[in-house]
Design a protein around this ligand. Structure first.
Ligand code: NAI
Length: 321
């Protein structure tokens, strides 16, 4: 996100969450992982708990969350994992979570998300993917800002996606009321918002010692795919083709395990290897370069535009006011 040297680490696409956290002691650190009852969030929470952190699974489905607590306890021996209710689409739920939080927070992983959902708006009229993936996490992170600042050296991780390449944040029509709904453009917009959030939060919160980074976890088969039928798959193919160039052979799909998918999140959440790094976008455990035409990797200029980042912050505050 800056013009400075691209940050690389000893880790790579094949590294797992356990690999990147090996040798790191998180005893005395407190972490929140959203959406931690499924997929990448489970493995993120497991790695942090295994390194000694106290971890709160902030989840919609608290029964599934309790199941995850037991699972993590068995695999790590950790007694420090608990569940709290959080529905990111409901501002009252986010506020309740924030209000109940006491003391410092060292690690916040904004991991929960939905993808390519059918056209849906929340009771406040917000498009579901923007509301879940961005606005809910924006409210959560800004609500917890005091706790993060109190930690001294806190880390915030914003789980984005290469899907951000599909769309900038369209400020004139955030909720698809002026244009036909497209599940992939809506996902792309929300995932661009996740990167822009990291850009602006990094700037605003650097004096508080809070590092904020965004990432693409990789392609991992999880419950995230549950809304994708044949029609959505065809639409995805069309968007991908438009991105990489008509007639260009799409890159071969290589999937990661969930443990590999959690690695970049865990790296940014807790590894000393990236101490002091903030406001960047990572993929496969390294900072990504700028997106190059003909590829579906790298970070889009629209996702690291500082003016868009400021505007998104203002618009988000207004919507949540
Ligand atoms: P998943 O579907 O297994 O987990 C997502 C979690 O978010 C679920 O536990 C779900 O209940 C939760 N969630 C959804 N709406 C919520 C709400 N309103 N309030 C609270 N929690 C809510 O998916 P996965 O794959 O683990 O995704 C995690 C993150 O990784 C997402 O942000 C996703 O966009 C991102 N990602 C995943 C990729 C993949 O290939 N799996 C690729 C690129 C990005």
């Amino acid at each position: 996100m800056t013009t400075s040297t691209r940050i690389t680490t000893p880790f790579h696409a094949g590294s797992t969450a356990a690999d990147v956290i090996a040798g790191t002691d998180l005893t005395g650190r407190r972490a929140v992982v959203t959406g931690a009852a499924s997929g990448i969030g489970v493995e993120t929470a497991r790695a942090l708990a295994g390194a000694g952190a106290q971890v709160v699974l902030a989840v919609r489905d608290t029964a599934a969350g309790r199941h995850t607590v037991e699972d993590i306890k068995v695999t790590t021996g950790s007694e420090g994992v608990t569940v709290a209710s959080l529905d990111l689409t409901d501002p009252a739920s986010v506020e309740a979570f924030v209000t109940a939080w006491e003391g410092p927070l060292h690690i916040l992983v904004n991991n929960a998300g939905v993808m390519a959902t059918p056209e849906t708006r929340t009771p406040r009229g917000w498009e579901l993917q923007f509301a879940t993936n961005h606005l809910g996490h924006f409210a959560l992170a800004t609500g917890l800002h005091g706790a993060l600042a109190a930690a001294g050296g806190a880390r915030v991780v914003s789980v984005s996606s290469s899907g951000h390449l599909f769309s900038p944040v369209v400020f004139d029509d955030l909720h698809f009321t002026e244009r036909p709904y497209d599940p992939w453009l809506a996902y792309g917009q929300s995932k661009t918002a996740n990167v822009l959030f990291a850009v602006e939060a990094a700037r605003r919160w650097s004096d508080d010692g809070i590092a904020v980074n965004a990432l693409m976890p990789g392609g991992i088969r999880t419950n995230l795919m549950r809304h994708i039928g044949d029609a959505e798959m065809a639409q995805f193919g069309a968007h991908l083709q438009a991105l990489i160039g008509e007639g260009t052979q799409p890159p071969e799909l290589s999937l990661k395990t969930v443990e590999q998918g959690a690695a970049t999140s865990v790296l940014l959440a807790a590894s000393p290897v990236v101490d002091g790094v903030t406001g960047r976008y990572f993929e496969d455990c390294d900072e990504a370069g700028p997106h190059r035409p003909g590829t579906n990797t790298g970070v889009a200029a629209h996702a690291v535009d500082p003016e868009a980042a400021v505007l998104l912050w203002q618009v988000s505050e207004q919507l949540l006011a």
